[in-house]
Write a protein that binds this ligand. Structure first.
Ligand code: CA2
Length: 173
């Protein structure tokens, strides 16, 4: 079974595509969900894509992720700048977390420059619109990749060089 990454979206992101396209683009959240599903499939992983306007629900989902999800990609919306509760929940999961923002939060109002979420995040992507979700999934796939089991080596017929008697012409200290 492929590993599943939880992609969480916070308050008001359900309004995407309807207003403020100059900041957030023209895509709807459903377009971004489709993009994430396609990207995940190409990476051999699966996504569980969700949105909530409720801080409590987001905290519950983060807590539940611990048991069954391989990592969390989170656009916490305005909770990014306010929620110690989400930070605590993310820290408690011990899962890899990548923080995403559609807009460049450093080119906007001063209050958007601080993120509580970043303290729990392995990486932060902002300002690249929906492409940020694609990039986050690509990075997450690498973070959660299980190391391949070392293959059993065929017995070698070649003699291993004797370390005590260096090859002719080579100087040792
Ligand atoms: O840039 C981002 O992705 C944000 O997380 C979006 C949040 C904002 O509070 C963060 O500072 C940065 C807001 C999402 C609200 O989205 C809307 C979309 C259309 C119309 C109104 C709001």
């Amino acid at each position: 079974m492929p590993s599943t990454v939880l992609v969480l979206n916070g308050p008001n992101l359900n309004l995407l595509g309807s207003r403020e396209p100059e900041i957030y683009g023209h895509e709807t959240l459903s377009d971004i969900a489709t993009l994430c599903e396609r990207t995940a499939a190409s990476l051999g992983i699966a996504v569980d894509f969700r949105q909530s306007n409720s801080e409590a629900e987001l905290v519950d989902w983060v807590q539940e992720a611990r048991a069954s999800r391989a990592g969390i990609i989170l656009n916490a919306g305005a909770f990014t700048h306010t929620s110690v509760a989400l930070l605590d929940a993310l820290t408690a999961t011990s899962l890899p977390v990548i923080e995403v923002h559609l807009s460049n939060i450093f080119r906007r109002e001063e209050f958007r420059r601080h993120s509580y979420i970043s303290l729990a995040a392995r990486g932060v992507i902002c300002g690249l619109g929906s492409q940020g979700y694609e990039l986050a999934l690509t990075a997450m796939a690498r973070l959660i990749a299980k190391p391949a089991k070392p293959r059993a080596r065929a017995p070698s017929t070649q003699k291993t060089p004797n370390k005590k008697t260096p090859a002719k012409g080579k100087r040792t200290r």
